[in-house]
Design a protein. Structure first.
Length: 111
């Protein structure tokens, strides 16, 4: 197995992770679910759910989103807001370049 890289995360990322983790925990408790019950519904171990609720950034995003959905946490908004956002993002992607390619620029620093 390869050497694991220790990643660092900015303040905003850490705050967003804690916010989502706390929302999942609160949703689980609001729905009167134990950690084991939510873990079973998500299809993960209880220890993985504990990591999610502890804001571990190494948890798979799909698993975290699934836990949030099952716990009743709204991630982006209601159905109408999601549709509007999806449409806006699709429109934006149509006008942006398909690929980003940097041209090699020769630097002439002879003075």
């Amino acid at each position: 197995m390869g050497k694991q890289i220790k990643r660092t995360y900015c303040f905003e990322t850490k705050n967003a992770l804690v916010l989502l983790a706390n929302a999942i925990k609160a949703g689980r408790k609001r729905n009167k679910m134990t950690q084991q019950e939510l873990a079973d519904r998500v299809g993960v171990s209880r220890s993985t759910l504990r990591r999610i609720e502890s804001a571990d950034p190494a948890c798979e995003i799909g698993t975290v989103f699934e836990a949030a959905y099952i716990a009743g946490v709204t991630l982006i908004g209601d159905k109408e807001e999601k549709a509007k956002l999806a449409s806006t993002v699709e429109s934006l992607l149509h006008v942006l370049p398909k690929k980003i390619k940097h041209k090699d620029v020769a630097v002439h620093d002879d003075f």
